[in-house]
Design a protein around this ligand. Structure first.
Ligand SMILES: [Zn+2]
Length: 287
């Protein structure tokens, strides 16, 4: 079985990106795994601190490990947006393949110092774990926002270079026009996020790191294709899947008013999530 690092190298060489989808429960995991398996592409399952608090870090790790082993399948587990070293250590011990150590809200120098310390501590627990660091602003909350955030600071090439060499991270999450969540106009299909492709290419050249695009829900498809060609190797989709989950459940509840059997209602949510995940995986893995 190849490691996540090997899969990212392969993605880079093939100019494709590995899809990363957040889950809160086993229905989400089922949707992500079945979608990836139908297309025979590697996939990353992510859990933020909130998602881990609900599902359990060790429980999620066990569920993903079973799929990986039983199906001999390249499915990986990422501890998404982790804001404290203690919770990052928990995830490393639980067997996560990568950790997004996100102290991007701190001043630059402090973000560097804390991220460097996290890299040292987490690699001492598991030397092959990949650590992702974040600089710049990509907004908070993979949810529906009244309006798209305005005036977020993009990552500069200079600070990306300094951050990469000073921290020893494996993966960089730059801010290049991406934002977490969807605005109401994006949900209505009237607006899309647009990316700064030149900046992605420059940051990739300057750092030599793998790059993850966070907050990709609602992004223009062609921008995503160009971002992958410019060096993005991993793309996070969360809000689109959450929206599909809710709509799928609402449809099922509306159709079957007296149904109380969870496994008869939940497939509608799984199917709705699978449509989103499959479409995104097709886009990310098309050469
Ligand atoms: Zn994110």
């Amino acid at each position: 079985m190849k490691t996540l690092r090997e899969m990212l190298v392969e993605a880079q060489q093939n100019q494709v990106a590995i899809g990363h989808f957040n889950i809160s429960d086993l229905a989400g995991l089922k949707a992500v795994f079945e979608s990836a398996r139908a297309l025979d592409v590697p996939v990353i399952v992510g859990l933020s601190e909130g998602e881990r608090a609900f599902m359990g870090a060790r429980e999620a790790a066990a569920a993903v490990r079973v799929l990986r082993q039983d199906y001999d399948y390249p499915i990986f587990l990422n501890a998404d947006h982790t804001h404290s070293l203690a919770s990052a250590e928990d995830a490393a011990r639980a067997g996560f393949d990568s950790i997004v150590f996100d102290r991007s809200e701190l001043p630059f120098a402090q973000n560097i110092a804390e991220t460097r310390r996290a890299v040292e501590t987490l690699k001492a627990i598991n030397p092959s774990i990949l650590i992702e660091g974040e600089i710049g602003e990509i907004g908070t909350g993979s949810e529906i926002h009244e309006e798209a955030p305005q005036g977020l600071t993009l990552t500069t090439t200079e600070e990306a270079k300094e951050f990469a060499s000073a921290t020893g991270i494996d993966i960089l999450a730059p801010a290049v026009g991406n934002t977490h969540g969807l605005s109401r106009s994006m949900v209505r299909g009237e607006a899309q996020k647009r990316l700064n492709i030149d900046r992605i290419g420059e940051i990739g050249k300057a750092t030599g790191l793998f790059m993850t695009l966070h907050g990709a829900s609602g992004t223009n498809d062609d921008d995503l294709r160009r971002a992958i060609r410019a060096g993005i190797t991993e793309i996070h989709i969360n809000t689109e899947v959450r929206l599909a989950w809710r709509r799928g459940l609402e449809d099922a509840f509306a159709k079957e008013r007296d149904q109380v059997v969870p496994y008869k209602l939940l497939p509608a949510a799984v199917d709705a999530m699978k449509q989103v995940v499959s479409a995104r995986l097709l886009l990310f893995n098309r050469k």
